[in-house]
Design a protein around this ligand. Structure first.
Ligand code: PMP
Ligand code: GLN
Length: 383
């Protein structure tokens, strides 16, 4: 393994999901739903396969039906208009979208400012692009995590090329507010920065609202917006993602994508095009379902003695284990399956400042209600 990647090892999700399997524990570690997305969308994928749509290489930017549906989705939910021909690119999940964006836009030695704790692929992709990551740490304040805008401003130097944002934010559940996004936009304009914003949890917001950074004044031309079908439609295994951006940025990101995967899997693209056109009730139903699950797991964790930070969005609730007399999230998560048959993820893996992340542990609530009830009952035994 080369020096760029040597520090990264195996992703925590593979390690913790393997631990869940080998111990027969409830897996609240890796964020994937235990119920598949809509039957009619699965049928659409089967129809595409059967009718021979997408079984051979689809067009490089993605099938036109899906690009049109992505543009229509941005217009419908956010009032932003993108040309499906030049301003949309389909990728192999949001993961490839982030990777291709960084590989296309970062010069070796450029600094990339990212919110810490950050989703684990960000650090590895910044490294593969030859960039230097500059973390800005979100910190607990009362019952949630907040961004210190002064720290963000101070992190930008003449070498900063790009801000890598994520809202709703994994693992803290923070949803950046209009005020925060407005300040970030002003900074990006003032310092002439590009922004890659990962919005895969855009429809999973329980308090407040999701505001795409690209919808703010001055941001459309400098922002690559990333999303994916995984979370919005409960098909994390399909790996259909996309970006929307200006023609110049889409062309740049496509230059990298074409040599990573060339194109993304065909038949699923047709099915996701249908999914993006589902009626409002689908999106509301998903959000309501997950809000109830957030509340169930959060209350159970608080009962079990954890300090719980209220997630405004995503699949995840972050907790502090210090009230349980614990300080090391890694050790805690490695012992948890034996102690009570539940798997969680230590947030320290999402930090450069590992000590800062040490006492925090993330639990996923994108599971069936009875599974969460069982987990809550098991966790009660900890105290
Ligand atoms: N970004 C964030 C913040 C995520 O939590 C995830 C994982 N679910 C991804 C990107 C990856 O998305 P995909 O599965 O579409 O590649
Ligand atoms: N994004 C999901 C999580 O944060 C799973 C990602 C993965 O397995 N790579 O848990």
């Amino acid at each position: 393994l080369n020096r760029r990647l040597a520090e990264f090892g195996t992703t925590i999700f593979a390690e913790m999901s393997a631990l869940a399997l080998s111990t027969g524990s409830i897996n609240l570690g890796q964020g994937f739903p235990d119920t598949d997305g809509p039957e009619e969308i699965r049928e659409a994928a089967v129809r595409a396969l059967r009718d021979g749509r997408g079984n051979q290489y689809p067009p490089g930017p993605g099938v036109p039906e899906l690009r049109t549906a992505i543009a229509a989705h941005q217009e419908r939910f956010y009032g932003t208009s993108y040309d499906p021909g030049t301003e949309v690119l389909v990728t192999a999940g949001a993961t490839e979208a982030v990777a291709a964006s960084l590989l296309a836009l970062v010069e070796p030695g450029d600094e990339v400012v990212a919110l810490e704790p950050y989703y684990d692929s960000y650090a590895a992709c910044i490294a593969m692009a030859g960039g230097t990551r500059v973390p800005v740490t979100l910190r607990p304040h009362e019952d949630r995590y907040v961004l210190d805008l002064d720290e963000l401003r101070a992190a930008v130097t003449p070498r900063t090329r790009l801000l890598l944002l994520n809202t709703p934010h994994n693992p803290t559940g923070t949803v950046l507010s209009r005020e925060e996004l407005t300040a970030i936009a002003a900074l990006a304009v003032e310092r002439d920065l590009l922004v890659v914003t990962d919005e895969v949890y855009e429809h999973l917001v329980f308090d407040g609202e999701h505001i795409p950074l690209a919808s703010l004044p001055g941001m459309r031309e400098r922002t690559v917006t990333v999303s994916s079908a995984g979370k919005t439609f409960s098909f994390t295994g399909w790996k259909v993602g996309w970006i929307t951006a200006s023609p110049a940025l889409v062309t740049a990101v496509r230059s990298a994508k074409q040599y990573l995967t060339y194109v993304s899997a065909g038949p699923f693209q047709y099915a996701v095009a249908e999914a993006l056109r589902l009626p409002e009730a689908y999106f509301t139903g998903l959000r309501e379902d997950l809000r109830a699950k957030r509340d169930l797991l959060s209350a159970g964790l608080a009962d079990a003695g954890f300090e719980v930070y209220r997630p405004a969005g995503t699949y995840f609730v972050t907790t502090d284990i210090r009230p349980l007399g614990e300080t090391d999230g890694f050790a805690f998560c490695r012992a948890l399956p034996e102690r009570c048959g539940v798997v969680a993820v230590p947030n320290a893996v999402f930090y450069d400042h590992r000590e800062e992340g040490a006492p925090f542990v993330r639990f996923a609530f994108c599971k069936r209600t009875e599974v969460l009830q069982d987990a809550v009952a098991r966790l009660k035994g900890l105290a």
